[in-house]
Design a protein around this ligand. Sequence first.
Ligand code: S3P
Length: 446
Amino acid sequence: MSTQKPIKLTGSRARPLTGLARVAGDKSISHRSVMLGAVAVGRTQVEGLLEGDDVLATAAACRLLGARVEQLGPGRWQIDGVGLGGLAAPDQVLDMGNSGTAARLLLGLLATHELSATMTGDASLVKRPMGRVIEPLSRMGAKFTARDGNKLPLTIEGAVLPVPLVYELPVASAQVKSAVLLAGLNAPGATSVIEREPTRDHTERMLGHFGADMRVEDIGNGKLQATVVGRPELIAPKDPIRVPADPSSAAFPCVAALLIEGSEIKLPDVGTNPRRTGLYETLREMGADLRFENEREEGGEPVADLVVRASELKAVDVPASRAPSMIDEYPILAVAAACARGTTTMRGLAELRVKESDRLAMIANGLAACGVRVESGDDWLSITGDGRPPAGGTTVATAFDHRIAMSFLVLGQVSAQPIAVDDAAAIATSFPDFVALMNRLGGSIS
Ligand code: S3P
């Protein structure tokens, strides 16, 4: 959580959104391109890197571990890797800021490097569970000294003799899967992660792109097994990695355009990896007029241009099985549901309680303050709308959560009265250009 002065912003009734805008680079892919670049041999070039605080924390940590990470121009970066096994013990604490992805993936890399490092994060990150990576990484030989046994700050001592692992995920988490696979890179033999629910596979795709021996098999009973063979020659790709626009960031202008009458916008180069597009599937079921045009593949990831037109939305039931493919999108889906006709029920939301904030509680409380009918339980949420935006006219707490802040600023642009958020500073972690981009499209955030 920031120590800076809070930035209060207000969303007020907006004109129709129109035009073309490229949203920020994909956060997950940006983290991975910097981390893999740091342990590859040679120079990795990246275009469209997300220059949000979360990725900058990854870049700073990789520098402290010995890689050269440099910005060449806006979104253009180059990373001179140290080669697998070559990370050096940092002479300062690694501060991962607000980023769970940065912390957990980096712990994976460090777990099989013979060094000791201390890691911390902001007031939100030090509350989040790290036991989910400590447990498998300990089995691979790493040692941890952590507050309460599973929280940051912690000190990791990488394994001297790393042991490969076959690990079945107890929770659907791409971060845990990635931590184990990244640790497996510098262990002898094959390391596998088995998952029952398919989570985002950017690590698997990018490892293949860097030349690792990486395969994913369907092992029956609905399970997938991702296997990496340790100690590959990890080579910087010849061509720059082009980071797609983040579908999780595109979600905010997309829902705003659906809700503001008369809107039509185009968002180019959005990542359409099927493990990330659950929100778009759900919005279509609700009656949204959205299309992916010009579908293509770049750097091993599918991308397309997203065209969105204002639509009348109706309520739907969102099954628990869809949660991994839209885990970051529930706050903005909740905003769409609040303006749709009928009761939208979302299940399988337990993981929302351990994100940048307890998102389930933050959504439920924020919507209720805006005059929306909401019910919630341990892992579900139901939201009833009457096909019109709610009253608004309040200030919503964000708990330094970027997605909560952006969601309520979108709702404020359609509600009868404006909606303010108590602190919008966290938006810089994932979508620094959010306010400017929304206002360029015709939005009203100030
Ligand atoms: C991410 C995975 C997700 C997601 C996060 C980014 C990643 O977390 O919420 O914003 O880049 O791997 P979990 O995998 O823990 O659900």
